[in-house]
Design a protein around this ligand. Sequence first.
Ligand code: ATP
Length: 462
Amino acid sequence: MSQKVDWANYVAQTENKFSAFSVQDNQQKSEDEATDSYNPADDSLFVKMIRKGLVDNNNDIEVQRKDPKSPLYSVKSFDALNLKPNLLKGVYDMGFEAPSRIQETALPTLLADPCQNLIAQAQSGTGKTAAFVLAMLSRVDPKIPYPQVLCLSPTYELAIQTGEVAAKMGKFCTEIEMRFAVRGEEFPRGSKLTEHILIGTPGKVLDWIRFKFFDIQKIKVFVLDEADVMIAQQGHQDQCIRIHKELSPSCQMMFFSATYNQEVMEFAELIVKNPIIIRLRREEESLDNIAQYYVRCMTAESKYNAVINIYGTLGVGQAIIFCRTRKTASWLAQKMSGEGHAVAVLNGDLTVEQRIDVLDRFREGKEKVLITTNVLSRGIDVEQVTIVVNFDLPVDVQGRADCETYLHRIGRTGRFGKKGIAINLVDSEGSMQILKEIESHFGRKINCLDTENSEEIERIGQ
Ligand SMILES: Nc1ncnc2c1ncn2[C@@H]1O[C@H](COP(=O)(O)OP(=O)(O)OP(=O)(O)O)[C@@H](O)[C@H]1O
C-alpha cells in the first residue's frame, strides 16, 4: 500500500522534549514536604509482590483460544473468513495465527453482501482494530481513485496507530492508498484526494469536507473507533454527528469500542440503521488477565514513593502512569527524571510531532515509563506495557467515578491475552469512594496491596 504520508512530518525534530514541560513544582511543594510513615523495608516486599504477579507473563494464547469464556476464543481460522488472498497474506505476515472472538464474529457481518451495519463491543486489546481494518481494506475498490472509506479516531496518536496497522495489513494490497486526515496535513484549496482510505480525527475531516477535498457522499464505509466517546455529549458528538449527517444513507456503519454506557448505546442505535449489535455483559467487560490493586498513599510523598517502587519492579516491562491533569503529569515526570529515572511525558502541552516522537521512543523501549493524561487512555497498543498506574483515579466532570475511562486505561496492559497489573493510588477518602464505585460497577474486587501482609505475595501471582 503506498501511503502518501510524509513520515518525516511525524518525527519530532526537537532534541529536548522536556523543554515543553510546564513545571508546577510550587503547587506540589506543600504535598511534597509532608512527612510520611514510609518505611524503606517495604520496598523489597512491594517489589517482590509485583514481580511475582508478572512472572510467567506469557499466558499461553493457545490455551486461551480453546477456552470458550476467553475473548481470544475462536473456532474458525482466518482462512475461513473469506478474506482476499493478499489480505490473508498480510494477516499471516503480521504473525496472527487465528482470529480472536471479535474478529471471528464481526468479520462475517462486516463483509456480508448486502452490507450490514454493526455496533460492536469487545474487551480492550482483543483485536477490534484488526477487525475493522480488515473490513476497510476489503471494501475498497482500488480502481476508483477517490476516498471510499472514512475511519475516525478520537486522538491524533490513535489515528496514526490505526494507519500503521492498515499499512501492515495491506502490505500486499499494493494498489490501495490511504491518507491521514490529522493536524499538520495541509492541501491547497481546490485539491481533490485520490486515496481510497481516509483515517483521521473529526475536526480535520470536517475541514476537508468543508473545503470539498473529497465527496463525503461517496464514502461507502464509515468506521468510528472508540465509538462511545465519539458520539458522547462529553466527547466528540457535535463533530461526529455533523460528519455522520453528510453520509449517504447507503453507507455502511461500523462502530467499535470496549465500552458503551446505556445512554450512548441508545444513541448509537438511533443513528445506525438496523444494526447488528455485539455486546458484552458488564461482568465480561474487565479482563481476567489484568490483576487490579490499590495502594493507600495518604501523602504526596507516599504516592511518589509508590511510583518509584513500581518503577523498580519493571524488569523488561514498561509502565504507563495516568494523571488527571497535565500539570501533575509534568510535575511527576520532571521529579522522576530529575532523580535519574528514564521517564517520558505525553500530554496536550506538546506539539503533535513531539507527541508522536515520545510514543515512538516509548514503543522502542527507550523510556520505561510513560506519564500521561486521558489523552492516551484509549486504544494505544504497546505490547510490553506490564503495569498501568492510576496516579489519580479517573473522574468525570462532576467528580464521579469514570468507569469507562478506568477500563480503557487499565486496558493499556494485558494486550491480547498477556498478563498485566493495574495499580490505583488511593490518596483520600474521596478517592477510596471512587475506587469502590469502580469496583461495584464491574463487580470485580480490587485488592489492597498491603506491603506488610505477606499473604498478599502468594495471592498476587495466582
Ligand atoms: N488474531 C490475532 N492474533 C494475534 N495477535 C493479534 C490478533 N489480533 C490482534 N492482535 C494483536 O493484539 C494487540 C491488540 O489488538 P488491538 O489494538 O486491535 O486491540 P483493540 O481491541 O483495538 O484494543 P483497544 O480496546 O485498546 O482499542 C495488537 O498488538 C494486535 O497486533
